[in-house]
Write a protein that binds this ligand. Structure first.
Ligand SMILES: Nc1nc2c(ncn2[C@@H]2O[C@H](COP(=O)(O)OP(=O)(O)OP(=O)(O)O)[C@@H](O)[C@H]2O)c(=O)[nH]1
Ligand SMILES: [Mg+2]
Length: 186
């Protein structure tokens, strides 16, 4: 019997069409959230239990975490910061971000980092003290030199490490899962 079970929620945050749902599907190894080439596919949050993880270090009194992922719709689209969500869906999406324990900030490799998300990233990290993992997805579409300059520019703007992923080639997916688990076990 174990009573030391924490609830832990990880939210996928990013612009429309950046591949949030595709990455979630790769993390789960099956289709749990709809993917399409048109922006605005995910509307209200899609939440799914991922598994239970032993997080405590003590053998006598182990701690466990029930981990749930929340796939969210795209908050903003384009560099003009236009909010693409309105009303109840926008409210629910912000509620999920606010109540999450960790955030995966997804950046579209072909679009780069929007100023709107840069501001939100700093707010969540410094004011709300959320652990945030930054991924640049669709890295299969980048040349090595594009990758280098994106890496440098985004790490500087966000003051955070950047991981490159591709839901197409699976590059970086295992590394992402390992980073998530390392943070959970801290
Ligand atoms: N080349 C490439 N295409 C990708 C990758 N990940 C996703 N896509 C494509 O990008 C499009 C959008 O993917 P989604 O996973 O639906 O994106 P999303 O961020 O969930 O989009 P919304 O729910 O609309 O906010 C689809 O056509 C995917 O096949 C990737 O790593 N590489
Ligand atoms: Mg989606």
């Amino acid at each position: 019997m174990n009573n030391n079970i924490k609830k832990y929620k990880i939210a996928m945050m990013g612009p429309e069409n950046s591949g949030k749902s595709s990455i979630i599907n790769k993390i789960f190894g099956k289709s749990i959230s709809e993917v399409s080439e048109v922006g605005g596919t995910t509307k209200k949050p899609v939440k799914k239990f991922w598994g239970k993880l032993k997080i405590g270090r003590l053998k006598q009194n182990p701690e466990f975490a029930d981990i749930t992922f929340a796939d969210l719709g795209g908050l903003y689209s384009g560099e003009d910061k236009s909010v693409v969500m309105v009303g109840n869906v926008l409210e629910k999406t912000f509620e999920e971000i606010d109540s999450s324990d960790m955030i995966i900030h997804v950046i579209d490799a072909k679009e780069g980092l929007f100023k709107s998300f840069e501001k939100l990233h700093h707010l969540l990290k410094y004011r709300y003290q959320k652990p945030i993992i930054v991924i640049v997805n669709k890295c299969d579409l980048l040349t090595p030199s594009e990758r280098n300059s994106l890496n440098e520019a985004i790490e500087e703007r966000l003051n955070n490490k950047v991981y490159f992923t591709s839901a197409m080639s699976y590059e970086g997916i295992n590394e992402l899962i390992n980073v998530i688990i390392t943070i959970l076990k801290r």
